[in-house]
Design a protein around this ligand. Sequence first.
Ligand SMILES: Nc1nc2c(ncn2[C@@H]2O[C@H](COP(=O)(O)OP(=O)(O)O)[C@@H](O)[C@H]2O)c(=O)[nH]1
Ligand SMILES: [Mg+2]
Length: 248
Amino acid sequence: MATVDLVLPVYNEERELEQSVRTVLSWCDAHPEHTWRVVVADNASTDGTLAIARRLEGDLPGRAVALHIPTKGRGIALRTAWLTSTADVLAYMDVDLATDLGALPALVDPIAKGDVDLAFGTRLHRDSQTTRGLKRELISRTYITILKVAAGLRVSDAQCGFKAISREAARELVPLVKDTQWFFDSELLLVAQKNGYRLREVPVKWTDDPDTRVRIVKTAMEDLHGVWRLRRDGIPRVMRGSKSPALS
Ligand SMILES: Nc1nc2c(ncn2[C@@H]2O[C@H](COP(=O)(O)OP(=O)(O)O)[C@@H](O)[C@H]2O)c(=O)[nH]1
Ligand SMILES: [Mg+2]
């Protein structure tokens, strides 16, 4: 049995937030093999998202937590939520619950057992069941090919909003990840792979929610810039017991 913080990063999600938190918590109630907490990580929302998150925290003490980070960016939200958590396993998923919750044990259990450091959902594995439009499918496949060829990443999907990491690995790896936006996920995987951490792909059942916060062209440019930055600067190595990471 482990303590698990499941982070829902949110930006202007007042319509879906409450229902998603309640759906996730009732799933958690049906899975008492771990002690679960839902952490709503909001930054810069301009709608009622934060107020809803705070009300849920009050209504569901110890089970729902509201976190507010002043600067916008999904990466910084995850970084803050994970690095301030004391749970054994730190997970996250998109608030639209595009990933079927049935994959959560496959994501969390290997980390709770100590067999894996970082587990991540994949929509592009042969065992995944992915329903999404042609445009997003093409972008996703093109992007992972670039990550494989230009950065040497050996995974089938880097950007699925469904990941979990041990607290120890998060403490070592997340401070080395510079991106604060969408490239955060790819950079985390690259840093983990380079440093020999134990990764595990988890095929998921994914039903795309067309309501998106992603600005596709801007995000694609930022992702390419991230790949270029890591090629230029190198991927940092974890120096256990040292404060300054070495480059390789
Ligand atoms: N905290 C935080 N969450 C964000 C931000 N941008 C997007 N998100 C969340 O990231 C998740 C995935 O966003 P979504 O729009 O569904 O992405 P898509 O599925 O790739 O189209 C959702 O839970 C969003 O609310 C941000 O700037 N800060
Ligand atoms: Mg989505």
